[in-house]
Design a protein around this ligand. Structure first.
Ligand code: SF4
Length: 424
């Protein structure tokens, strides 16, 4: 949870990167309303039971601590617990996710004289989010049409919708003008980009348009990718376009085909292995990341072993592990649930495996020379990410967003590659 107090608007944000991004959007909109009121925005999360409980707690606390402010509740729990929040004394307004960029949703906030040029201000607001200037996120797609059996997102963020290309290019231009070295194209289900627009366009076209319009843009990243959504055109770009950084985070969730079927995922373990092998043929410095859910209903021990073994077979190195959390709106909540100790133990084993895989990669990189971007410097020690998104540290002061072309990997610890500058 993060608090942010500037002017008379306070934001309290829970959950994913999208929420942090969108909290600043809400702030920019209210900033422009020039209201005299003190406003508190709580951007909630409901991806798990625990996240929803913390969101409710945060709203009750905000009401207690900000008696003279107007309390606005938004985010995913604003959908799944709408009635609850609307019943709370002290809540001024509940705004749904799809209305976060919609000025009208905020309009009954008293505003003596407001002048709105939204796109400009939204983009300007984003400029304030990414303090470290190393990378800026451009959310080009939101919502999802897939309804995987465990996922609450389609219920809370609605159907897939895409940001028109000209808005994307405008935001790219803005961030490059403001000194960002890296841009991350992000979306809830980014490979569905364009399917809702009334002209033929896909993610690969957006990438090509950015690289064509901004030839000096050398560092483009893509947030989490649905393996089954990768078109032939996108695959060619990922394989050969060097301005796309060699790190791909895949939304895999399980390494067992039966579990993937029960999750209503559209890929198989064989698809993952084939994709990773193909990319490795042309980009041997590529690093793969992945999301996994531990303890999905119906998962047996041998099915779980298939998930553990996929990590080796596909050479995955940077994993996010989520213990299964039943969400009542989803199909999976109606399945026979595994005992919680089994879920926790499998999550522990997967995290252990993930750590092993990362350190195995770190070991294989000792002595190699790599390039990286600086994110922050503290007491003359700089921290950053390599092109393949591996965390590194170097005992030298650099500016944030500076690109260091030759770093030699001399050692590593549990968290970082330890490097030194090597211009030889
Ligand atoms: S594709 Fe992702 S966001 Fe969409 S339903 Fe599945 S898990 Fe949720």
């Amino acid at each position: 949870m993060q608090k942010n107090e500037r002017s008379k608007i306070k934001t309290i944000t829970l959950g994913c990167r999208f929420n942090f991004y969108e909290s600043e959007i809400s702030r920019a909109i209210i900033d422009n309303l020039n209201t005299n009121d003190d406003i508190v925005i709580i951007n909630t999360c409901s991806v798990t039971h625990e996240a929803e409980r913390q969101s409710k707690q945060a709203v009750r606390k905000a009401i207690r601590e900000n008696k003279n402010s107007k309390i606005i509740v938004t985010g995913c729990a604003a959908k799944t617990s709408k009635d609850y929040f609307e019943s709370l004394d002290g809540v001024f307004k509940v705004i749904q996710n799809n209305d976060k960029e919609n000025i009208n949703a905020y309009l009954n906030i008293p505003q003596p004289n407001s002048n709105i040029d939204l796109i400009e201000d939204i983009t300007a607001a984003q400029n304030q989010i990414f303090e470290d200037r190393a990378r800026a996120f451009i959310q080009i797609q939101n919502g999802c049409d897939h309804f995987c059996s465990y996922c609450i997102v389609p219920f809370t963020r609605g159907r897939s919708h895409s940001l028109p290309l000209e808005n994307i290019l405008k935001r790219v231009g803005f961030f490059l003008e403001n000194g960002f070295s890296e841009l991350v194209l992000s979306g809830i289900d980014i490979t569905s980009y364009g399917k809702d627009l009334d002209y033929r366009i896909e993610l690969a076209d957006v990438i090509e348009a950015i690289l064509k319009n901004y030839p000096n843009q050398k560092r483009l990243r893509i947030s989490s990718i649905d393996p089954k959504g990768i078109s032939e055109k996108l695959l060619e770009l990922l394989k050969y376009e060097k301005r796309i950084m060699p790190h791909f985070h895949l939304s895999i969730q399980s390494g067992d085909n039966q579990v993937l079927k029960a999750m209503k995922r559209r890929h198989t373990r064989e698809d993952i292995i084939a994709f990773c092998k193909q990319i490795k043929l042309t980009r041997n410095d590529v690093v793969f990341g992945a999301d996994f859910i531990a303890g999905f209903p119906t998962e047996t021990d041998s099915m779980f072993q298939n998930t553990l073994s996929l990590i080796d077979e596909a050479e995955l190195s940077l994993m996010h592990i989520f213990p299964f959390s039943s969400r009542k709106e989803t199909l999976a909540s109606k399945m026979v649930q595994l005992p919680q100790p089994v879920i926790s133990e499998r999550a522990r084993l997967l995290r252990e495996k993930a750590c092993e895989a990362k350190l195995k990669l770190f070991e294989s990189m000792k002595g190699k020379k790599i390039r990286g971007i600086i994110e922050k410097t503290i007491d003359n020690v700089s921290y950053g990410k390599t092109d393949s998104f591996l965390p590194f540290v170097i005992k030298k002061a650099y500016n944030s967003s500076e690109i260091v072309n030759v770093l030699e990997i001399i050692s590593y610890n549990e968290n970082y590659l330890i490097t030194k500058k090597n211009d030889n």
